[in-house]
Design a protein around this ligand. Structure first.
Ligand code: FES
Ligand code: FES
Length: 154
């Protein structure tokens, strides 16, 4: 049994400790918002927060998350109203949408670490999140909008 705290809930899962966290979230905990893209840490579709850091859950063994706090897109904000999610809606960022849970999770960590990022900061921080639909300019714009929402709420 592995003890986890996922989206503020303490729970236990009966899985091989080597299992990627992604599959525990999707298959065992019924949290399908975190996506499988490449499986080899190259695309960012599977990003979740582990103790507040953005990690690629496809290559993170569940044992690394034992007794730690995991947050997925489903738990980022109670009403899906995290500033990044608000900005994503306002800018209408997604095209097919597949990459966006990972994009939003990465953007949330970026803004926590750098509340007022430049375009260059955004491009650097988000470089590991691939969007096959090419929504990069809207992602950049939405991150600036989220930074403004954050400022106006403090
Ligand atoms: S699925 Fe994890 S980085 Fe692509
Ligand atoms: S919106 Fe389609 S992959 Fe990003």
């Amino acid at each position: 049994m592995i003890s986890l705290n996922v989206n503020e809930k303490d729970l236990q899962v009966d899985v091989d400790p080597e299992t990627p966290l992604l599959w525990v979230l999707r298959e065992h905990l019924d949290l399908p918002g975190t996506k499988y893209g490449c499986g080899v840490a190259q695309c960012g579709a599977c990003v979740v927060h582990l103790e507040g850091e953005a990690v690629r859950s496809c290559v993170t063994k569940v044992k690394r998350a034992e007794n730690k706090k995991v947050v997925t897109i489903e738990g980022l904000a109670e009403n899906n109203d995290h500033p990044v999610q608000q900005a994503w809606t306002e800018v209408d960022v997604p095209q097919c949408g597949y990459c966006h849970s990972g994009q939003i999770m990465s953007a949330a960590v970026l803004l926590k670490e750098n509340p007022n990022p430049t375009d260059e900061d955004i491009d650097l921080a988000m470089a590991g999140n691939i969007c096959r639909c090419g929504t990069y300019s809207r992602i950049r714009k939405a991150i600036h909008v989220a930074a403004e929402i954050n400022k106006s709420s403090t």
